[in-house]
Design a protein around this ligand. Structure first.
Ligand code: LMR
Length: 334
């Protein structure tokens, strides 16, 4: 009898060990935007590719729209190992202690995606990822969203129009300085709270690429949208270093490949998704879309570009100079 139960126990143990060995490695990937956005779609693409390339050894579970964690909590969750992957916007790394990422928030630093990629694919992009390692994180890729529009309940044409407006921003001091440069009052706030804050008048306006504005229905509570394209919003896909280094080398290689393909996909769809979203906002008739004239654009640019010098201490003048060199930008020629 004793022998029987011992035998039975041993067999059960062997079975559960095999079951354990076959359990997929789970990667929880949390983000704050809607599924139908460049980041939402790219994270799903990555999940599919990861399953395919690892032959089911890895299961990526994507949690969109702040359903798992909001902005600040997701960073803490990653450091604690409660999630394994995030793609926060580049404006949200200050609280992690890597404030140099706010470089990407500088108004009018990039004219288009091509200029932006010169930087993300170049030495500055790499150096920023190296900084992450000192925080126990690994930067896996840069994913595009797009160029930002401004919105409010009044038309926004000239810098004066922004005066006194409470504008929601992400947690970036560069964005804070940008809004102050035109006399508005910046309010840092989690993305998940923006719609309600606009609806109830806690803030008067905001900035985001059209894909975020549209999918969060912000246009339904903002009467005017100005296509300023004054700044860029993109992401760094990050993971916990301890988790990443602990993966079997072959699996890590397959995930790197999946990320490479997801990055191409993200960056291929970003512009079109934003163009489409702006068109949807226009069609909805809920917000008036205004495209500033060349003179209005220049006035806004002149008012905001001083933030580059103001923020050089925070971001590193050498980083800004490196970008100027790559994009052939010369603020003194404005
Ligand atoms: C925001 O908070 O406005 C954006 O960073 C949201 C996002 O992740 O695109």
């Amino acid at each position: 009898m004793k022998l029987h139960s011992l035998l039975f126990g041993a067999i059960a143990l062997a079975f559960s060990a095999t079951a354990m060995a076959q359990q997929p490695i789970v990667i929880k990937f949390s983000h704050v935007v809607a599924a139908d956005t460049p980041k939402g779609k790219a994270s799903e693409f990555f999940a599919k590719k990861a399953a395919e390339l690892t032959k089911g050894k890895v299961k990526v579970e994507v949690f969109a729209n702040s359903t798992l964690y909001k902005d600040k909590e997701e960073m803490e969750a990653l450091q604690l190992g409660a999630v394994q992957m995030l793609a926060p916007s580049l404006a949200k790394f200050g609280p992690l202690g890597v404030k140099e990422f706010e470089l990407f928030d500088l108004p009018y630093l990039f004219d288009d995606y091509k200029e932006l990629h010169l930087v993300t694919d170049g030495p500055v992009g790499k150096a920023l990822f190296q900084k992450l390692e000192t925080k126990g994180l690994v930067g896996l890729a840069y994913w595009d969203n797009g160029f930002k529009v401004m919105s409010a309940n009044k038309p926004l044409k000239m810098p004066e129009d922004y005066k006194g407006l409470k504008m929601r921003i992400q947690s970036s001091n560069v964005l804070d300085a940008q809004m102050r440069a035109v006399g508005s009052i910046p309010q840092k706030m989690a993305f998940s709270e923006v719609y309600q804050a606009l609806q109830t008048g806690v803030v008067d306006g905001t900035e985001n690429p059209p894909s975020n504005l549209y999918t969060q229905k912000m246009h339904e509570v903002q009467k005017h949208v100005s296509v300023t394209n004054h700044g860029y919003l993109g992401y760094a896909v990050i993971t916990n270093k301890k988790f990443w280094d602990g993966l079997p080398a072959d699996v890590r290689g397959q995930l790197e490949q999946a990320m490479k393909e997801a990055t191409k996909y993200a960056n291929d769809i970003a512009k079109e998704d934003n163009d489409k979203a702006l068109e949807e906002v226009r069609k909805s008739g809920k917000s008036q879309i205004y495209v500033p004239t060349a003179a209005e654009k220049l006035a806004l640019k002149k008012a905001m570009v001083k933030v580059h010098t103001e923020m050089a201490g925070r971001i590193g003048k050498e980083n800004i100079d490196e970008v100027y060199k790559a994009t052939q930008f010369d603020p003194s020629k404005l």
